[in-house]
Design a protein around this ligand. Structure first.
Ligand code: 26V
Length: 807
């Protein structure tokens, strides 16, 4: 893509600095340089951005729109530099100027427009779509506040607002001329037309402008630049004028402006339990309506085709049910604005929309109260009602064997709209995100829908972009790999498999080991800076980084730490390999038990880390404010990747893939994509323990598990729980009664005690394995070698060929 060498880049930097900042290089702050480099990158990519869009128009290319309430893109500078082919030269130039690239890149605010896995997946997908030369775009919301910033005060999580737009965000371009009006509320009038058909019009609606801000999505050195379009809510000029004219209404004006701007005000931070909050519903409709209207406008402009063939040129993938109002909204536009009959509109809609499910946790399933949709979106409610009527009638007549199942299938039931049901009925594809997850959807959670629509269901195992999660975050490992197998793996990650030939190659293993050691050293420094705790760089770095949820079982992890500590206290000379347990996790602000677990981890850390009698054999680290940038520092340094969810609960996981790709060994349950990792690397290159999904589901269905029995029979477990209950742990007197009660009196809903013993056993195996350096390094290389399958390039190819039908 580019032709700069170091000298030319230095000249360019200086030149830009003169023009933009009127400064000499020696006076430039890190921030000045950050913006100057961003401007160089934009000069480089903008022409390609325009060309890419022109090419799609000229070739009338079929395009995919990835609709998502979340895009957890993190920082873009390094990845844009990398994909433009400028990363190396820019780093060299900066070093030549005596500047540290990292200090400069960190001036970008980490864009946290997502909660966790689902939002990061969307970001990885965009990277792969562009890098594989597919025509695809993201569509989301430009939240003024991203996911809260986490601070820990006396072990407690405190949330601070994340005002990420405080400084200019260089990657976005406002497109005022492409703003779109979105209408809420009002009332619907029906008129009979001459031919007897009905016409619908809306009155007294609240109008909101959706203003797009476009962010470039740069393909890897292929001159493709796609678009991530983020919508911002503003008062429409018409409303503004109207309000301004109304005398004495100044405060009403302010108030109204405020309530409109609230729509893109903040990202909802709770990904664990669904709450029927009206503002969240407004956000969803805002995203969906603006996107669909925009798509149709563009279709009419660029194609000389009737709208009835929309599905030949456009496919819309909805990321979970959050954008599932796309189904009734597309119906509305086609019927009310474009004059389609129901059946024709339905044919188009159900051939355009495809739905991805990301969870089977019932607490997270979206169900909106009918009254709320009726009030906020009266016309959409009528359409949903009609879809439901037709769907239920269809079952009644065409599937009499399922008649008694209708209450569990109906889109509207118990005065609620079941969004997953709406999404399934209104789309042509329904996919899960890992093999086991899709099987659970087909055979359990969505069994009856699977009976009705067997061809609709399919699996697309998640992936991660190896460009960010290996090339960018672990350049030394990348170079070591390229040195032995050549650079083809960068464009074809499956080629990483050639590393198997080096899994016994002593010099290569030594090199890999050196890289890991140096990454661990770097992380140790960061840990010391952030927490003051000095850790042993040669200890096992045991990492669990993800949102805090009961089902992810950070509690099981910290119980094991307490157990080890208790053992060491009894036997201080015990010969164990030193361990560093590293946690990072945000809890939803209202998730009480999750916050208690954070507090417990800190409490354990405060005792273990300062207890001289255990000779620094154990350290517990909690890094606050987990986000993409922090993940980028931790992952290259991990030895053990903790993926210990209660089997059946973690749809896929993607952190598991990131750590595998960086040479960590998975310690995991047979859940999500862990199973597919195990199938590839084999039992001897992974540590698997615990209940299977089948066993878990069986316990839920038939009972038979009594947590108290384990408490009474296992001294190790009883000791830990009593320590929590009585505040006897260490010298401090902090109790964790809620955790204690949840386990013993709510019968340990996530099987922490049940899996405790096999978990301890696996840790013992790990300890032994780690002592044999060669053996460990071989495992590590084997994991890297097989990780190519988990590049999101593979995932996106599958979406493109099997669902999107892109060329
Ligand atoms: C749920 C909710 C519930 C209601 C309000 C707001 C909100 C926001 C986000 C979510 C997300 C729940 C689903 C989710 O994040 N699933 C995760 O998706 C990952 C990507 O497919 C997958 O790797 C994880 O296993 C899965 O938990």
């Amino acid at each position: 893509m580019n032709t700069y060498n170091k000298e030319a880049f230095v000249t360019l930097l200086k030149d830009k600095l003169t023009r933009k900042n009127i400064k000499h290089i020696d006076d430039a702050t890190d921030q000045d340089l950050y913006y100057v480099i961003a401007s160089i990158v934009k000069d480089e990519l903008n022409p390609h951005w325009l060309q890419t869009q022109d090419k799609y128009v000229k070739n009338e290319t079929r395009e995919v729109y990835y609709l998502s309430m979340e895009f957890l893109i993190g920082r873009l500078m390094e990845s844009n530099l990398l994909n433009c082919g400028l990363l190396e030269v820019c780093n060299e130039a900066l070093k030549e100027l005596g500047r540290n690239p990292e200090d400069i890149y960190k001036n970008e605010h980490d864009a946290g427009l997502g909660n966790g896995g689902l939002g990061r997946l969307a970001a990885c997908f965009l990277d792969s779509i562009a890098s594989l030369n597919y025509a695809g775009h993201g569509s989301g919301i430009r939240y003024r506040y991203g996911l809260f910033e986490q601070r820990i005060i006396h072990g407690n999580q405190v949330e601070l607002p994340d005002y990420w737009l405080k400084e200019e965000y260089p990657w976005e371009t406002r497109k005022t001329d492409e703003a779109i009006e979105v209408e809420f509320g009002g009332h619907v009038q029906m008129h009979a037309k001459n031919d007897g058909s009905l016409e619908f019009s809306y009155h007294d609606t609240d109008k909101v402008m959706a203003v797009p801000y476009d962010v470039p999505v740069v393909g890897y050195q292929n001159e493709v630049v796609n678009t991530l379009r983020l919508w911002s809510a503003e008062l429409s000029p018409e409303e503004s004028d109207f309000l301004a004219e109304a005398n004495g209404q100044y405060y009403h004006h302010l108030d109204h402006t405020h309530s409109v701007e609230q729509i893109s005000g903040f990202l909802y931070p709770d990904d664990s339990s669904y709450e029927g909050k009206e503002l969240r519903l407004k956000q969803q409709f805002f995203l969906v309506s603006a996107t669909l209207q925009g798509i149709i406008k563009k279709f009419k402009k660029n194609h000389d085709l009737p709208l009835s063939s929309l599905y030949e040129k456009v496919v819309i993938q909805i990321n979970d049910t959050h954008p599932s109002l796309a189904v009734p909204e597309l119906m509305r536009i086609l019927m009310d604005d474009e004059g389609f009959e129901w059946d024709d509109a339905w044919h188009v809609t159900t051939n355009v929309i495809a739905y991805t499910n990301h969870t089977t946790l019932s607490e997270a399933l979206e169900k909106w109260p009918t009254t709320m949709i009726q009030q906020l979106l009266p016309r959409l409610y009528m359409i949903i009602d009609e879809i439901n009527e037709r769907f239920c009638k269809g079952i009644w007549f065409d599937h009499p064997e399922l008649r008694h199942e209708i209450p569990g299938l109906a889109i509207i039931a118990d005065d609620q709209v079941h969004m997953a049901r709406l999404a399934i009925v209104g789309s042509f594809s329904v996919n899960g995100v890992a093999r086991i997850h899709t099987e659970i959807l087909k055979n359990k959670e969505m069994k009856n829908f699977y009976t009705l629509f067997p061809d609709r269901f399919n699996n697309k195992t998640n992936g991660i972009t190896h460009r960010r999660w290996l090339l960018q975050v672990n350049p030394c490992l990348s170079n070591a790999i390229t040195d032995v197998i050549g650079p083809q793996w960068i464009k074809q990650p499956n080629k990483l498999i050639s590393l198997l030939r080096y899994s016994n190659d002593a010099p290569f293993l030594e090199k890999i080991n050196k890289v890991k050691q140096s990454n661990k050293q770097t992380l140790a420094k960061i840990i010391q800076q952030k927490t003051g705790v000095v850790i042993d760089e040669h200890s096992i770095f045991d990492v669990q980084i993800k949102r805090l949820h009961e089902y992810k079982r950070q509690l099981l992890n910290i119980f094991h730490v307490i157990y080890l500590y208790n053992e060491l206290k009894e036997n201080p000379t015990m010969d164990i390999t030193p361990r560093t347990f590293i946690f990072a996790a945000k809890a939803a602000p209202s998730y009480h038990l999750a916050k208690e677990v954070i507090k417990l981890i800190h409490h354990v850390a405060s005792i273990v880390n300062y207890d001289k009698t255990i000779n620094d054999k154990l350290k517990v680290i909690f890094l606050e404010n987990y986000n993409v940038s922090l993940a980028e520092k931790i992952i290259p340094a991990a030895d053990i990747s903790e993926q210990i969810s209660t089997a059946s609960k973690e749809a896929s996981g993607t952190g598991n893939m990131k750590m595998m790709m960086n040479g960590a060994i998975t310690l995991g349950t047979l859940d999500g994509a862990n199973i597919e990792i195990k199938d590839l690397v084999g039992d001897e290159n992974i540590f698997i323990f615990g209940l299977t999904a089948k066993e878990v589901l069986n316990y839920y269905q038939h009972g038979g598990y009594v947590a108290k029995d384990i408490y009474h029979n296992d001294d190790r477990v009883r000791k830990i729980l009593d320590q929590l209950n009585h505040g006897e742990f260490g010298a401090h007197e902090i109790e964790f009664k809620d955790i204690f009660y949840n386990i013993l009196y709510h019968n340990d809903p996530y099987f922490v005690l049940k899996d405790f013993d096999p978990y301890i056993e696996s840790h013992e195996l790990i300890e032994r394995a780690y002592r044999d350096k060669k053996y460990w390094q071989k495992m590590s290389v084997t994991n890297i070698a097989y990780s190519g399958k988990f590049s999101s390039d593979r995932t996106i190819r599958e979406y493109a060929s099997e669902i999107w039908k892109l060329r």
